[in-house]
Design a protein around this ligand. Structure first.
Ligand SMILES: *Cc1c(COP(=O)(O)O)cnc(C)c1O
Length: 486
């Protein structure tokens, strides 16, 4: 028998069973009652800090007591992204299979740096990368890619691959190898993770050129060509087009931008972190035509495919580029595919991360259980809820400011002259009421500075009554009744 103190990490069988039973019950309770919670509880920092400072870790605590504290903290201190009236950033209600997959992965704790340490994990991810690469239109023989923590890491990977491909000796000499300043082009509504990536690659944010969007909020080939002309003599290294912009859900002209990028010998990356799901639905596929031309694609399974965070993907049609970008010698690592009948590349020589979590299982199990029919039905349902929001907007006194079939709607007040400050106030009142979570976005268009309320369907459990509740909350926020709280 192990002395009690030595077994505090593993616990005993009875405690483990209690943990599972209790946490299973609590997760189920959250699943069932999340819709009745305020979407965004009041966040109060000082009591939270005080509560945590009480933990000096001097005396061990019973497991259930510690778990109770964590559960209470999570329940009362988060914007409830799994809530059906969270109309927010691309954070989903997680799939049921995704939640158990993450627990299973934690228990086995596979090492995904070396292929031979867990061929099942490595091959599950390879299979998914191929499945999605082919679904996005890549030729099966050339699909490659890697799971990432999220879209930001995938975009960072894209920039590193572009620099490696376009600047000989970049891997060895870094930015100093460039004869001309490397230039990156991204639409003005593209994701700011591209700026971070430029910093982290040592080429600086000055190398990132924001291409103005047109009246439909898209980056067009004409605007890109102008931007190319304006920067010479810098070398266009990377063009990032967006399929489903974070603020407006709009898809750039992928076909035209891809052609132009290639004409200028730049790497063409499509950031489809959220909107990539359009390629999976035959009726939306034309909106992302040209996706298959991309040298690489960012896609987040933890957005439209509703698996728990973080589950990003970097996909490429250049099967050698990840190795060229990331392989370094490491004598202490097991050799590629040790013990396998065929040599297999090791994930650590193929990605930004070294040891990492088995990210793919939550997608694999979610997809295995729902099948494509289940997933397509969920995606279609979310699009239908977006359509409903769009269709009802005029009758509820709102103008829709963006054109996209994806379930992200920008609302402007049709009944009053609205200032950005007035929209902010409406959003604040809705969020403080706990009835829904929405946000505001601002952008520069050919018509000048614009702002709108952003409402996105991110939850496969959102229903028509939730859309109605959002409009009601907006009505109340717009014309506050002075005695509402009496
Ligand atoms: C969310 C998002 C990102 C960043 O992805 P993370 O998963 O948050 O790292 C990048 N690009 C776009 C278009 C996004 O919507």
């Amino acid at each position: 028998m192990m002395p009690h103190e030595l077994n505090q990490l593993g616990l005993d069988a009875r405690q483990r069973e209690q943990n599972w039973q209790w946490i299973g019950d609590q997760i189920e309770r959250y699943w069932c009652d999340v819709a009745s919670l305020p979407v965004a509880p009041a966040l109060d920092l000082l009591p939270l800090r005080r509560e945590l400072e009480a933990f000096d870790f001097a005396a061990p605590q019973p497991p259930l007591e510690a778990l109770r504290c964590a559960l209470a903290g999570l329940r009362s201190n988060q914007v409830h992204t799994p809530h059906p009236r969270y109309f927010g950033l691309f954070n989903p209600a997680p799939t049921a299979m995704g939640v158990v997959a993450d627990a299973l992965v934690a228990a086995f704790n596979p090492q995904i740096a070396a292929w031979s340490h867990n061929p099942f994990a490595a091959e599950v991810e390879r299979h998914l990368i191929r499945t999605f690469g082919i679904a996005f239109g890549y030729p099966p023989a050339s699909v490659d890619g890697v799971f990432t923590s999220g879209g930001a890491e995938a975009n960072h990977t894209a920039l590193l691959c572009a620099l490696t491909q376009k600047i000989p000796a970049f891997g060895r000499d870094g930015a100093a190898a460039a004869k001309q300043l490397p230039a990156i082009f991204v639409g003005a509504l593209g994701h700011d993770s591209v700026l971070k990536a430029a910093r982290m690659c040592g080429i600086g944010t000055r190398s990132v050129h924001a291409v103005p969007v047109d009246g439909a909020l898209r980056m067009t080939p004409a605007a890109l060509e102008q931007a190319f002309a304006a920067i010479s003599p810098a070398q266009p290294v990377l063009v990032v087009a967006t399929a489903g912009s974070t603020s407006a859900g709009v898809v750039d002209d992928l076909q035209g931008l891809g052609e132009l990028a290639h004409r200028y010998q730049a790497w063409f990356h499509v950031d489809a972190a959220w909107g990539g799901f359009a390629a999976l639905l035959p009726e939306l596929r034309p909106w992302v035509a040209g996706l298959e031309r991309a040298d690489s694609i960012t896609f987040d399974a933890h957005k439209s495919l509703s698996v728990p965070m973080g589950a990003g993907m970097f996909l490429t049609r250049h099967p050698d580029i990840l190795e060229r970008t990331f392989r370094v010698g490491a004598d202490y690592m097991p050799r590629d595919g040790d013990g396998a009948s065929m040599a297999q590349p090791d994930p650590f020589a193929h990605s930004m991360q070294w040891s990492r979590r088995f990210i793919g299982l939550k997608l694999f199990l979610s997809l295995a259980v729902a099948g494509w029919p289940g997933y397509l039905a969920a995606l279609r349902h979310q699009c239908a809820m977006g359509d409903l929001l769009r269709q009802q907007a005029p009758a509820r006194g709102w103008t829709v400011a963006n054109a996209t079939p994806l379930p992200l709607v920008l609302l402007q007040d049709a009944t009053a002259a609205h200032s950005p400050a007035a929209l902010d106030a409406v959003v604040r009142a809705v969020v403080e009421s706990g009835a829904a979570w929405i946000s505001t976005v601002r952008w520069r268009s050919p018509q000048g500075e614009q702002s709108a309320i952003r409402a996105c369907i991110t939850n496969y459990r959102t229903q028509p009554e939730d859309i109605d509740a959002l409009f009601t909350a907006l009505d109340q926020a717009r014309s506050p009744r002075p005695f509402a709280h009496a």
